[in-house]
Design a protein around this ligand. Structure first.
Ligand code: FES
Length: 106
């Protein structure tokens, strides 16, 4: 099991995302405006674009290249041109510290 600390809530403001690498996997760690934290594969399923550079909007993140929005809980795109999901990973918190578990990617 690879569970790794990837940062803190303090440094990840609501409505923002950042890229981390765990176990060699690029992962977008995203904090929703309600404060909850999610982790998705950091490569759009439509092209070689980093989703963490996109726009966090409620419970989705929008790829800046062509506008597909990915559900933060399921990784499923809600609109074209992307049509394949990106992996999602389990996030846990220990105090202020954010952990991502790469074994749970699906
Ligand atoms: S590269 Fe992301 S929607 Fe096209």
């Amino acid at each position: 099991m690879t569970r790794e600390a990837v940062g803190t809530l303090t440094e990840l403001a609501p409505g923002t995302a950042k890229k981390v690498v765990v176990d060699g996997l690029p992962i977008a760690v995203v904090r929703q405006s309600d404060g909850s934290v999610h982790a998705l594969g950091d490569r759009c399923s439509h092209g070689d674009i980093s989703l963490s550079e996109g726009f966090v909007e409620d419970d989705s993140i929008e790829c800046w290249a062509h506008g597909s929005k990915f559900d933060l809980c399921t990784g499923v795109p809600r609109n074209f041109p992307a049509f394949e999901p990106v992996p999602v990973y389990t996030v846990t918190l220990d105090g202020d510290t954010i952990f991502v578990d790469t074994e749970t990617g699906k």
